[in-house]
Design a protein around this ligand. Structure first.
Ligand code: AMP
Length: 307
């Protein structure tokens, strides 16, 4: 058995199931050594592990990744770790929402088997500033790479470390962070990691706003304005046959500002394999619309694929 001092085992009686005797269990590990010792004792199960990394403040989008994972893996592991090395803006890091108790209950309800909940010291015993560089090419100079310098190095640092600790067979991430998925796929190839990346669809609110932990920081008024990103992406899709791409991007940026966004980092109609801007629209070639804009202090990103 694992050392009980270091592992909190949570038993949670569900209230919404008819047979009230059901007790759902999820093991929470704070320490790598305990997680590894559990993995060693469950080696066959672990070979078919699926992993969902998160920064917490969970919503239905995260839970859809857990559901996807449960369908394809025998053991579902989630992590909650707000990684300091991927925040290029200290204020964004400091204000990152923390709803840990609720997150734990949501994960139990979703049927997550294991939660890895490390501290910064556990993840980075030598400090997080000492990471090695990853060769990400143009992924680091385009769009999010350009507007958030160092962000994807931090993403690679944390995902690489988590994959080394957990060693899952499957990794589940959201298409909401499309460029991040491309970066993680590149990391897997660069480091020759034995894990399959599964990219799951973006879950949206009724007005089309992509669910995001950062949405919690929007005021009521901003929350209403936020739906404009999805509307603009739909407008681009509807007009793409008749209007030049740069004109569409410019018009959407302007519309977002008029709606109440403080600034627009980009609206880009791009090649989904390279993220380079498409010169012209060809209905036989896939395209992705990517948007990043500030609503007050909150930076929202989204994307939509058209083919
Ligand atoms: P985060 O906690 O923001 O780091 O997100 C953890 C994972 O959840 C990432 O793989 C995200 O892409 C994914 N995710 C975030 N929002 C959504 C969403 N609305 N739909 C699906 N997946 C999402």
């Amino acid at each position: 058995m694992c050392k009980s001092t270091k592992i909190k085992r949570i038993e949670f009686k569900t209230t919404f199931r008819t047979h009230s005797a059901i007790i759902l269990n999820m093991i929470i590990f704070h320490h790598i050594a305990d997680l590894k010792s559990y993995a060693d004792k469950n080696i066959d199960l672990w070979k078919e592990t699926g992993f969902v990394p998160t920064m917490g403040a969970l919503h239905e989008g995260h839970l859809s990744l857990i559901a996807n994972c449960k369908q394809q893996a025998r053991l579902t592991i989630a992590s909650i770790f707000v990684n300091p090395s991927q925040f290029n803006d200290v204020k964004d890091f400091e204000k990152y929402p923390n709803t840990l108790d609720k997150d734990i209950h949501l994960l139990i309800e979703a049927g997550c088997d294991v939660l890895f909940l490390p501290s910064v010291a556990e993840m980075y015993p030598n400090g997080w500033q000492t990471g090695k560089p990853y060769l990400l090419g143009s992924l680091e100079t385009l769009l999010e790479g350009y507007y958030r310098p160092g962000h994807f190095q931090g993403v690679c640092q944390v995902v690489h470390r988590l994959l080394q600790i957990i060693n899952p067979a499957h990794l589940f991430m959201g298409a909401k962070d499309f460029q991040q998925c491309m970066v993680v796929q590149r990391l897997i190839e660069l480091e020759n990691l034995a894990v399959s990346l599964h990219i799951c669809p973006t879950l949206r609110e009724d007005d089309g706003l992509a669910m995001s932990s950062r949405n919690m920081r929007l005021t009521e008024k901003e929350r209403i304005i936020a739906g404009a990103i999805y509307r603009e992406m739909q407008h681009i899709k509807a007009s793409i046959n008749t209007t030049p791409l740069r004109q569409l991007e410019g018009l959407s940026s302007k519309n977002l500002l008029v709606s109440g966004f403080k600034s627009v980092d980009y609206v880009s109609i791009a090649n989904p394999t390279t993220l380079a801007p498409l010169e012209t629209w060809n209905p036989n070639t896939p395209a992705v619309i990517l948007v990043a804009a500030f609503l007050g202090e909150v930076r929202l990103i989204d994307n939509f694929h058209i083919s």
